[in-house]
Design a protein around this ligand. Structure first.
Ligand code: HEM
Length: 473
């Protein structure tokens, strides 16, 4: 990919020259040269699993940490051709990873996110219609309403430093509750947010224990907190289901469709466990990821003010002062390039993992059945061989003339293959609509110091939160 130092333009907006963006965004995690020895692993992994991804994953197509036991063999695959071959063409030979299943078992059980085989296929079929692109654009008014509420709070407080990470979680949770559950009760939203935070903040311990094959009952710091927060989350979902049944309403929203769904083979409805599994999944997967995409994007825009101005100018030209509507979203091309580049540098879901059911030959490596195959999206997106100046914030990479040379497995914030994110279209529309609404309404500035380490806690979080100065316009 070529970058240049001259400015370019798209549909009448002058884009800042590449050199105007801050020079580099180093991962601030130094990848280890070699896989970590066990004690160091135990110390570093729970702090940030990305610290255990070896340097070779950023430089080679595949790197294997081999053991005589396949279950403790790890293959990091980061070359686009190999990802295409394994994650897409051989998807039938893969299952969701043991680690992911264990981390999510307490909260989402056997949902569309964690199930395999027939159980996964059926759940995916039931949910897919809800996420078709045309359904998604119908949600734009609810999305901008949620953003406007957030802006009203900023305006009431005047110019101030806000924890943008928290503000974005609140905004995206309001969106998912309104669009999927026709639910606008913010106190329910707050309970969900607190329980989600408590659950995810301890997830790396569970992942580390799964990798080390510690028994499920073996306690770790935060075990009790994970249990109690997952019980809270599932109880809230149970209450939402009971309230909908009691009301007799037949809304055509997520919950309505889940309640009406029938197994194509047995014609049985989804049982209550299945309903709770999937509602919890969609609320978790559907707000945390988009919140993180917006958080990192506002951070980057605060550090690249010329790009922030370009987005603001585009929103002004496209909407002419009106609220961001569905017909504007596709025209907001600078905003879209900025979001894509932000999700390259800071992919909200930084790791994808699988286990192979059968022997797989990956490049020059043999992977016996039962090996752990990791696609570290964070490293794929900063791969030294496939990206030019990989740590630089450069939204020009996603201008149409440049984007066509990026392989679908070189840039994959939503995954790839049959298990690609079901909410991709929803998330893309939402992120553009919210970002455009926020940037039009306020200036975001950086304090010049806080360079948060990106920490993988299922989603990619900024260590120490994301304090930004918000100055409502
Ligand atoms: C910027 C926002 C988002 C990002 C970056 C993202 C990323 C991803 C990724 C990488 C996967 C694939 C995981 C794998 O292959 O193991 C995935 C799966 C999934 N996502 Fe998203 N996601 C986002 C938003 C959403 C939204 C808004 C929803 C729903 C409302 C959602 C629901 C799901 C579900 C249910 C799956 C599992 C699909 C399956 O296994 O069939 N996601 N997401």
């Amino acid at each position: 990919m070529e970058t240049n130092d001259t400015s370019s333009s798209t549909d009448g907006i002058d884009l800042p020259p590449t050199a105007s963006a801050p020079p580099l965004y180093p991962p601030s995690i130094k990848p280890p040269d070699e896989p970590l020895p066990i004690l160091t692993f135990l110390r570093e992994f729970p702090k940030n699993p990305l610290r255990s991804v070896p340097q070779a994953a950023y430089e080679k197509d595949i790197f294997v940490l081999r053991s005589r036991i396949p279950a403790v063999t790890y293959a990091w695959i980061t070359g686009p051709d190999l990802i295409e071959e394994i994650l897409i063409r051989r998807s039938g030979d893969l299952e969701k990873s043991r680690v992911e299943k264990r981390v999510f078992a307490k909260s989402v059980g056997d949902s569309v996110l964690t199930a395999d085989g027939q159980k996964w296929r059926w759940q995916r079929r039931v949910l897919a219609p809800l996420f078709r692109h045309q359904e998604t654009t119908g949600y734009v008014p609810a999305m901008t309403t949620a953003a406007e509420k957030q802006i009203a709070m900023w305006q009431a407080g005047g110019p101030s430093v806000r924890n943008i990470e928290e503000d974005m979680s609140e905004a995206t949770l309001a969106v998912i509750m309104a669009t999927m559950l026709a639910e606008n009760d913010l106190s329910v939203g707050k309970r969900i947010m607190n329980a989600t935070e408590a659950y995810l903040s301890k997830s790396s311990w569970e992942a580390a224990y799964a990798i080390l094959r510690m028994p499920n009952w073996f306690p770790h710091p935060g075990t009790w907190r994970m249990y109690s927060s997952s019980r809270t989350l599932r109880a809230i979902m149970g209450e939402l289901i009971a309230a909908r049944r009691a009301s007799g309403a037949t809304n055509d929203d997520l919950l309505g469709r889940l309640l009406a769904a029938r197994d194509p083979e047995t014609d049985e409805p989804m049982d209550d466990e299945g309903l709770i599994d999937n509602l919890t999944t969609l609320l978790l997967a559907g707000h945390e990821t988009t919140a993180k995409a917006l958080t990192w994007t506002l951070y980057l825009l605060a550090r690249a003010p010329l790009w922030q101005d370009a987005v603001r100018e585009e929103v002004r030209q496209v909407t002419n002062g009106a609220a961001v509507a569905a017909e504007h979203v596709e025209k907001l091309s600078v905003t879209t390039c900025v979001l894509k580049e932000s999700m390259r540098l800071y992919p909200p879901a930084p790791v994808i993992a699988r286990v192979n059911k059968t022997f797989i030959r990956a490049g020059d490596e043999n992977l016996a059945a039962g090996s752990n195959i990791v696609f570290p999206v964070f490293a794929i997106h900063r791969h030294r061989k496939f990206w030019n100046d990989p740590d630089r914030f450069d939204p020009d990479r996603f201008l149409p003339e440049n984007e066509k040379s990026i392989a679908r497995t070189q840039y994959m914030p939503f995954g790839a293959g049959p298990r690609i994110c079901i909410g991709q279209s929803f998330a893309q529309v939402e992120a553009v609509a919210l970002l455009a609404t926020f940037v039009r309404a306020a200036h975001f500035t950086w304090d010049g110091h806080h360079e948060p380490e990106p920490i993988s806690r299922i989603t990619l979080r900024p260590a120490g939160g994301m304090p930004l100065n918000v100055d409502p316009l």
